[in-house]
Design a protein around this ligand. Structure first.
Ligand code: BGC
Length: 908
């Protein structure tokens, strides 16, 4: 078996990783089962392997672990590069020759904590706007326009004195930055450095810029914008200045290692110069205005008018303001400067318009056929620029839908203006490509005014922007609508996984709501590789805790100084557990164990009778359940508490804490007993009788075993009473179909999934959804759009049904004790009702690609499974018309099994 796909901290050859995050993973090519492994880590250097002495040699470790091997050598140097490799032995090769090593991977460690101090300072132009007059009209002053500010452009010339061996640019901003070296853009990330609670933690990125440097004069130029730091953010119509700071600042350190062994550094300091530039404002919610007349060509390259190589001044540019790295707004010591543990946000793809047309008023409208997050890129052909008068303004507005009159529907964006403007320079040249860089819009449609000439469909595209999370799962079936539903679920994730998992990308909100994230987390992992993404956000969650240790409602936490609600705050336990379960990452559990334990202690303190009835925060309960949300608050809260306790028992066991595990099991039993006492009657009825009450009680295992069957059939009764519709909101929806399948009611799960009338998933799809809506009634033929006060057409929470498709429909699921897909439990749920004749799909797990598919012919079906090396499975299939089960064991390779379709109201 050959190890491939080597990752450190879930990332491929990361250029900045904190020493305590150095954990290794690999996949194995071949068909064996890893019996043992050996990892070697070497310092960087010219010494060829194996002559170099390793800083860590694990020796041969008898273990099947391949996805979470922590570095265990002597302390790693900071700001250093290491090479590493691994080899594995499988069962067959115990006495054979030693297996081959993988190819070398590498990682570079986070900078020493004190390396910024003295070497670089925060620089910016301050909140002053001497050379900026806010736009004024005849009407009353527009507070938004008054609050928007132009983007600072900062530059520094420097000399490269000889042949360069390597160069790294470590860079971050309070705000957003785009770095340029000698006229070329550095890196492919956008909206860097991303969103954290800047008072506590600021992530920096590291780029290999060796190839961008030239001998002699060089220029490092950086544009800044407000972003989440000092722009509009959230829904309180207050600039973030109220939360973090008032004007963006840059911190950068360019380290050049010369071939002769000497090292020099260029840091941000008072020798930099700046001015407000052609980007007249840039705001995530409001949009961006770019005045091309003010563009200073060559500002980011040597030879710029007035600049001289030894950093003399460029005319018109002025000295920057400078602030030491110590003494940050957060108080003592300032925020931690950490190597970004997450994947970068990038422009992932461009979507051409499905249609471009002109309305009665001469405006162009473009329909991109997909609700997405990003921005629009326009091209204005050369002739048009020539013909256009200087000062021509092109305005691009964005919306998720069209209104009844065929115009852009924007009222549901609330105060987000989502408007980009370009002032053309005219007078020659061209073509020009217009696209913003420091804003973000959630949209399917764009309205373009002021375009000089006729907008050709080939001159407009939507740029899709999100965190770079690679696709992991795919599924198809005999039902095309199911493909459309999965597509909408995935696009909902893509539109909202942008540095943090947000609720929605379009209106003035876009916050990291924990409830939405926990219910969707498992679906998110099946859709895409979100290991590094969630690891980064879980630090934000930890930072967002209240002084008491309570988990919040949102992370990063802006205002909202209260403890999180049930099903929201519980994400503090559920999401780390999910990351461990899906990626085998014990590191994330170890990192957050203390915080989780503290949260559990708070809950226990507040609720000594084991019913969670106190400190429920804002208690959103089963948020957005259609109709009335009748699920008792204490019931929902207690069920989630019991779930936390059960997960904590697993977490404690997985991190080698048997006593704590036992204590959490005991706690879980007490909560379970109190729950049963308070909410479950002798005939299996669960208080209130709502679907969510049953779903939570059954999913969290809170119905005594003897009553489970009765409770499940009552859940089905509640569904039947709703004429085979769901009535679940955010807190129950994700567990609804898994509970039905686990209790033998897959036929009912199918019925709900294929239901077309309101409320249902297909109802959204039938009514044109290309992403999952926030509300079941986002739009209806009878009432049109739901209240614009809260109606996002791109909200992933209700898309949490995706997990059922992978785990149950296809059967790509794990044994209860398994993490990282080491040991599967494959129970495909063939539609006993008979509307679906086949389904197949795959999931790229940390151990490799798992495939599964089935076809039904009459009462029989065949099930094909393909497992990668180092994965075993129990395949459990209905064996005969009586609903009996047959069980098989399978290892790496392809297998085919035959099963018998279960009876309609089937098996347990
Ligand atoms: C958000 C939700 C969030 C909720 C809390 C809404 O404004 O959009 O997704 O979970 O508030 O109830």
């Amino acid at each position: 078996m050959t190890p491939v796909g080597l990752r450190c901290a879930h990332l491929l050859d990361p250029l900045g990783v904190a020493p305590d995050r150095v954990r290794f993973s690999w996949r194995s090519e071949g068909s064996g089962a890893q019996q043992s492994f050996q990892v070697q880590v070497f310092p960087n250097g010219p010494v060829p392997l194996p002559a170099a002495a390793p800083v860590w040699d694990s020796g041969r470790v008898v273990s099947g672990d391949s996805c979470d091997v922590p570095y265990a050598g002597a302390a790693l140097a900071r700001g250093a590069r290491y090479r590493w490799r691994v080899r594995v032995w499988d069962s067959g090769a115990a006495d054979g020759p030693d297996p081959a090593w993988s190819s070398l991977a590498f990682f570079e460690t986070e900078l020493p904590l004190d390396s910024w101090r003295g070497a670089a300072s925060w620089i910016g132009l301050g909140p002053l706007r001497e050379d900026f007059t806010p736009p004024t009209g005849d009407g009353p002053a527009d507070p938004v326009a008054m609050a928007l500010r132009p983007a600072p452009y900062l530059r520094r010339a420097f000399l490269v004195a000889g042949p360069v061996a390597s160069a790294r640019l470590h860079i971050t901003a309070l705000g957003l930055y785009e770095a340029r070296l000698n006229g070329a853009r550095v890196g492919s990330g956008v909206l860097t450095p991303g969103w954290t609670d800047y008072r506590q933690r600021v992530a920096y990125q590291t780029y290999d810029v060796g190839s961008l440097l030239a001998g002699g004069p060089n220029v490092l130029g950086v544009m800044l914008a407000d972003g989440w730091y000092s722009g509009f953010v959230g829904f309180d119509a207050k600039r973030a200045g109220a939360h973090y700071g008032t004007a963006p600042e840059l911190l950068a350190l360019l380290v050049i290692s010369y071939a002769d062994g000497t090292v020099s550094a260029v840091g941000t300091d008072e020798s930099w110069q700046g001015r407000f530039g052609a980007v007249r404002h840039a705001d995530l919610l409001m949009g961006e205005r770019h005045d091309l007349r003010l563009e200073e060509a060559g500002w980011d390259a040597p030879g710029f008018a007035g600049s001289v190589p030894d950093n003399g001044g460029a005319r018109g540019w002025r000295a920057v303001r400078c602030r030491e790295v110590a003494g940050e707004p957060g108080g003592a010591g300032g925020p931690a400067l950490v190597a970004d543990p997450g994947p970068p946000v990038r422009v992932i793809e461009s979507v051409p318009p499905a249609r471009v047309w002109r309305d009665g008023a001469g405006r162009f409208l473009a329909d991109f056929g997909q609700n997405l997050t990003g921005w629009v890129r326009l091209r204005v052909p050369g002739g048009m620029v020539l013909g256009g008068t200087p000062g021509t303004v092109i305005t691009v507005r964005h919306g998720e839908a069209l209104d009844d009159a065929g115009g852009l529907y924007t009222v549901n964006l609330r105060t987000a203006r989502a408007t980009d403007e370009y002032v053309l320079a005219g007078g020659g040249g061209g073509p020009v490509v217009l696209e913003p860089r420091f804003t973000l819009h959630g949209f399917r449609y764009a309205e373009i005014t002021g375009y000089p000439g006729v907008l050709s469909p080939s001159d407009v595209v939507a740029r899709v922007v999100h965190s770079d999370i690679a696709p992991a799962g795919s599924a198809e079936s005999a039902a095309p609508w199911l493909g459309e539903l999965l597509h909408a679920i995935d696009w909902g994730q893509r539109g909202n996984f942008i540095s943090v998992p947000t609720d929605c990308p379009q209106r003035d909100e876009r916050l990291g709501w924990l409830g939405d994230a926990q219910i969707f987390a498992r679906t998110a992992c099946y859709n895409r590789d979100v290991a590094a993404f969630f690891c980064k956000w879980l630090d934000d969650v930890a930072d967002a805790r209240l002084p008491s240790g309570a988990y919040p409602d949102i992370a990063p936490r802006l205002h909202l100084p209260w403890a999180g609600a049930p099903a929201w705050a519980d994400a503090g336990v559920i999401v780390p557990w999910t990351v461990w379960k899906m990626y085998g990452d014990r590191g994330v559990l170890l990192r957050h164990f203390g915080a989780m334990a503290r949260w559990m202690a708070l809950l226990a303190q507040a609720n000594p009778d084991f019913l969670r009835s106190r400190d429920l925060g804002h208690s959103y309960n089963d948020w957005l359940a259609p109709g009335r949300d009748d699920t008792p608050r204490e019931l929902l809260a207690t069920a989630y508490w019991a779930y936390d306790a059960a997960l904590m028992a697993e977490i404690a066991a997985a991190t080698g804490r048997p006593e704590e595990a036992a204590a959490y099991r005991e706690l879980r039993a007490k909560i379970g007993a109190a729950f049963a006492d308070a909410f479950v009657d002798a005939s299996g009825g669960v208080a209130s009788g709502t679907q969510t009450a049953y779903v939570l009680a059954l999913h969290m295992g809170l119905v005594p075993d003897s009553l489970r069957g009765a409770a499940a059939s009552r859940l089905v009764g509640a569904i039947r009473a709703a004429d085979w519709h769901l009535t679940t909101g955010f807190a129950g929806v994700g567990y609804l179909l898994p509970v039905l399948s686990s209790c033998g009611y897959t036929s009912v799960a199918y019925r709900l999934l294929s239901q077309r009338t309101f409320p249902s998933w297909r109802y959204m799809i039938d009514n044109g959804a290309t992403t999952i809506w926030e509300r079941w009634d986002g739009w209806s033929p009878e009432h049109g759009f739901a209240s614009p006060r809260m109606n996002s057409l791109n909200h992933y929470a209700l898309g949490s049904v995706g997990e059922w498709v992978y785990r149950f429909l296809l059967g790509i699921d794990q044994q209860p004790g398994s993490a990282g897909f080491a040991d599967l439990l494959m129970r495909p749920q063939v539609d006993p009702g008979g509307s679906l004749s086949w389904a197949r799909g795959s999931y790229r797990s940390v151990r490799g690609v798992i495939r599964a598919g089935w076809q039904r012919t009459g009462g029989e079906f065949s099930y094909q499974v393909e497992l990668p090396a180092n994965v075993t499975a129990t395949v459990r299939l209905p064996a005969g018309p009586d609903g009996g089960l047959a069980e098989y064991r399978a290892g790496p390779g392809t297998h085919e099994f035959t099963g018998h379709c279960p009876p309609l109201e089937g098996r347990r």
